[in-house]
Write a protein that binds this ligand. Structure first.
Ligand code: SF4
Length: 77
């Protein structure tokens, strides 16, 4: 059985460039040259980190889905 993976996406138009997500999940999120966040890879096994980043984002710009099923993991609103 393979480990759980998640897909992270960033709505770059909503992003305010706080850098919180990149500090929380640096393997998966970074600030691009334009000062807005972007995902660093298509899928990640660091599910807890990206879920935390999505929950912390003040602009609600990050969403995380379970790769296998498409179920939304975060944010939970
Ligand atoms: S935490 Fe949200 S607003 Fe801040 S850089 Fe990441 S995506 Fe942008």
């Amino acid at each position: 059985m393979s480990a759980e993976e998640a897909v992270v996406s960033v709505d770059r138009l909503r992003c305010a460039g706080t850098g919180l997500c990149a500090a929380t999940a640096p393997a998966d999120l970074e600030l691009a040259a334009d000062g807005r966040a972007r995902a660093r890879r298509e899928r990640t096994g660091a599910v807890a980190e990206v879920v935390e980043a999505a929950e912390l984002c003040p602009m609600e710009a990050i969403t995380v889905h379970r790769a296998a099923t498409g179920e939304k993991l975060a944010p939970t609103w």
